[in-house]
Design a binder for this molecule. Structure first.
Ligand SMILES: [Zn+2]
Length: 219
C-alpha cells in the first residue's frame, strides 16, 4: 500500500514520517534521499545526477522514475511512504502508469496544511550556536544568559537564510504552486485527506493514524 505525504517546508512532514516509521510497519522513500544515496554510491546514475546538479540543474523525471521503479521492486507488498514525490504532473502521470503495470495504486494522499503566518511565526526567530549547533528561538527558547550558549558557552550564533520570513514564505508558495496540479489530480480521485498540521506533532500524528487506519493501513 502506498501513502503519499504532502506538506510544505516547515509542516512537520519529516517528523510525521519518523513517528510512523517507529512501528516498523512502513518503508520511507524520499526522492531527495535516493538521489543523495546514488551520488554517494558512485553508480552510473549517481555520476549523472552529480553532473546535472553541479551545473545547477534538476534530475529529469525519467531518471527519478527509474529510481522509484527500483524502490517499488525492492519493497513490493510493503506499506510505503512517499515523501517529496510525486512533485510534478509529469511525475504523477508516470507514477500512475508504473503502478498500473504493477497492479498497485496510491491508497491515500495526506495533505499537511499549515497557516502561512503561523508557520512563519514558528520558524522565523530560530537561531543556532555556531560551535555546537544547539537550537534557540527568539521568543520561546532563549539561552539562559543572552548571547551565551547554554551547552558549550559559545558566543557566536547563526541564523539561516531559510528561516527568514520572506525566504520561508517564498519557499512555501513555490511548493504549493508546484504541487497544486499533483494535489488536484489526487483530489479528483478522492484520495486526499487534509490534516491540520498546525497542531502539536503528537496530535497531528494521532489524526494521521486515524486516517491511515480508515484507509486500511496497518499502523
Ligand atoms: Zn553551543
Amino acid at each position: 500500500m502506498i501513502l503519499v505525504l504532502f506538506g510544505p517546508p516547515g509542516s512537520g512532514k519529516g517528523t510525521q514520517s519518523e513517528m510512523l516509521l517507529q512501528s516498523g510497519n512502513f518503508v520511507h522513500i524520499s526522492t531527495g534521499d535516493l538521489l543523495r544515496a546514488e551520488v554517494a554510491s558512485g553508480s552510473e546514475i549517481g555520476l549523472k545526477v552529480k553532473e546535472i546538479m553541479s551545473q545547477g540543474g534538476f534530475p529529469s523525471d525519467d531518471l527519478i522514475m527509474t529510481l522509484v521503479q527500483g524502490q517499488l521492486d525492492t519493497h513490493k507488498g510493503k506499506q510505503i511512504i512517499f515523501d517529496g514525490f510525486p512533485r510534478t504532473l509529469n511525475q504523477v502521470l508516470a507514477f500512475d502508469a508504473l503502478l498500473g503495470v504493477q497492479r498497485e495504486n496510491v491508497s491515500i494522499v495526506i495533505n499537511l496544511q499549515v497557516d502561512l503566518d503561523q508557520l512563519v511565526d514558528r520558524v522565523s526567530g530560530r537561531f543556532s550556536c555556531k560551535g555546537c549547533g544547539a537550537v534557540y528561538h527568539d521568543r520561546n527558547k532563549r539561552p539562559l544568559q543572552d548571547g551565551v550558549c547554554d551547552r558549550c558557552q559559545g558566543t557566536e550564533f547563526i541564523r539561516r537564510a531559510d528561516d527568514q520570513p520572506e525566504v520561508l514564505k517564498n519557499r512555501v508558495r513555490t511548493y504549493l504552486d508546484q504541487t497544486q496540479a499533483v494535489c488536484d489530480f489526487y483530489r479528483q480521485k478522492d484520495l486526499v485527506v487534509d490534516l491540520d498540521a498546525s497542531k502539536d506533532p503528537v496530535s497531528v500524528n494521532n489524526d494521521l493514524k486515524i486516517s491511515l487506519a480508515q484507509a486500511g493501513f496497518k499502523i
